[in-house]
Each structure stands twice: as structure tokens, then as C-alpha cells.
Design a protein around this ligand. Structure first.
Ligand SMILES: C[S@@+](CC[C@H](N)C(=O)[O-])C[C@H]1O[C@@H](n2cnc3c(N)ncnc32)[C@H](O)[C@@H]1O
Length: 216
């Protein structure tokens, strides 16, 4: 495991104690809305990468199968509590690195990546892994903060980045660079509010011409 991942794991083990009553509260509405863009059918398999404390778990339809992975044992403990307390038999979580997913190609019908892409050391690799493990035509839905296209706001975000890194994420990830380097096309993207730090990005996985299994 890379240095960054091992420190991220420790940071989120600590976050896990108060995540649900802090950041978790802020993200729920956005997560619920984004999950609605996956059109999950009765027999579908969904992968939730970096599921954390399972803030998303209550918003998946109780059909099909939801698999969540995360690096942090502390975050996963909170997710497991929710699965048990709410009787979510269609969901299971386990520890895995998002950049080396332990799944065969074409395993999933949808992939959800919520507030994670700017946390990992190699966002392109994560997105390529997501492409590999889901079927062609599957939806990949990402929720995240991306660097503003406004020059002044972007400068501020770059300046803020060292502080954010200490908290476990980066503020200077550019969506255009990410999608170009990962070789994906964005179907559409939207913000819940007119002024919103986060956005939802919807991608259809296209495998034509993509070399499966070769992450950057
Ligand atoms: C900001 S939290 C988001 C949690 C959840 N997806 C949400 O939206 O509430 C980021 C999560 O990504 C996880 N994470 C960071 N790097 C990871 C990696 N390489 N593989 C798997 N999970 C990772 C962290 O442990 C943490 O739980």
C-alpha cells in the first residue's frame, strides 16, 4: 500500500467516530439524488467504492446487490452497524483498495464513487478500475468537488490544498484532466444548488477501444 493510502486509512479511522454527524449530514441529500441516476434494476449488482460509514446504504433500492469497499476499518465498522441495524440483507461491505479492486472484469451493473475520487493518490487509476469491473454500458456515477473553472477560485483551491490533504482529500482535482486521462466521456453533470461546492457526474462505461485491466 502506498504511503498516502496508509495515512488516509488512519485519518478516516479517526473520522469514522464523528463522520455521520458532521460531513455525513451534509452529503446525504446529494448521495440520495445521485443514486437515482443509476436506474438500479432487481437483478443488478452495484459497487460503492469508498463507501465509508455507509451514508449511501439507505438510498439503494432493496433489490439487487450492493457491495461496498473501503480502506478504513473504522468507516467499515460504522457501515456494518447500519447493515445489521436496518436489516439490509442485500448489502455487504469489506476492506479493499479502490485502486486494486479484487473483482473480475464486467462484474457490476453500476458503480458509485462518492466523495472518494479526490481522496485517493491516483484518481485516474481508480476511474480505470471502475471501468474495468463494470460492464460496458453500465453507469458510473461520481459525486465530488472538482476544481473550479474560475481562475481566482481555482487559485484559492490550490492554496487550500495542503490543508485539505491533512484532512484526507484534495481540493485541486480537475474534472477535465481526470476524464481525459481515464478516457471516459461524461454524459451529463449537475449541481444540486446554483452555488454548490460538489457536483454529480454521470458516465456511461464504454469499453470499445479500451484496454481492460491496464490502469495508468
Ligand atoms: C470522504 S469519505 C466518503 C465516504 C462515502 N463515500 C460518502 O460519500 O459519505 C472518503 C472514503 O474513501 C475511503 N478511501 C480513501 N482511499 C481509499 C482507497 N484507496 N480505497 C478504498 N477506500 C478509500 C476512506 O477510507 C473514506 O471512507
Amino acid at each position: 500500500m502506498l504511503m498516502q493510502e496508509s495515512s488516509t486509512r488512519k485519518i478516516y479511522d479517526v473520522h469514522s467516530v464523528f463522520y455521520d454527524v458532521t460531513f455525513g449530514r451534509l452529503v446525504r441529500r446529494r448521495i440520495a439524488n445521485a443514486i437515482g441516476h443509476m436506474d438500479i434494476k432487481a437483478t443488478d449488482r452495484v459497487l460503492d467504492i469508498g463507501i465509508g460509514t455507509g451514508a449511501s446504504l439507505g438510498y439503494y433500492p432493496r433489490r439487487g446487490q450492493v457491495i461496498g469497499v473501503d480502506l478504513s476499518a473504522g468507516m467499515l465498522r460504522e457501515a456494518r452497524k447500519k447493515i445489521e441495524q436496518r436489516g439490509l440483507a442485500h448489502a455487504a461491505v469489506f476492506q479493499a483498495d479502490a485502486m486494486h479492486l479484487p473483482f473480475a472484469a464486467d462484474t457490476f451493473d453500476h458503480v458509485f464513487i462518492s466523495h472518494v475520487i479526490s481522496v485517493v493518490s491516483d484518481p485516474v487509476k481508480l476511474l480505470k478500475e471502475a471501468q474495468r469491473v463494470c460492464k460496458s454500458g453500465a453507469r458510473i456515477v461520481m459525486v465530488n468537488h472538482f476544481q473550479s473553472t474560475n481562475r481566482f477560485v481555482a487559485l484559492f483551491e490550490k492554496w487550500l490544498c495542503p490543508l485539505c490533504t491533512k484532512l484526507g482529500w484534495r481540493s485541486d482535482l480537475r474534472l477535465n484532466d481526470l476524464v481525459r486521462q481515464a478516457g471516459v466521456q461524461v454524459d451529463y453533470r449537475y449541481k444540486l444548488e446554483q452555488i454548490d461546492l460538489w457536483e454529480t457526474v454521470v458516465i456511461t462505461n464504454k469499453k470499445d477501444g479500451m484496454v481492460v485491466g491496464q490502469a495508468a
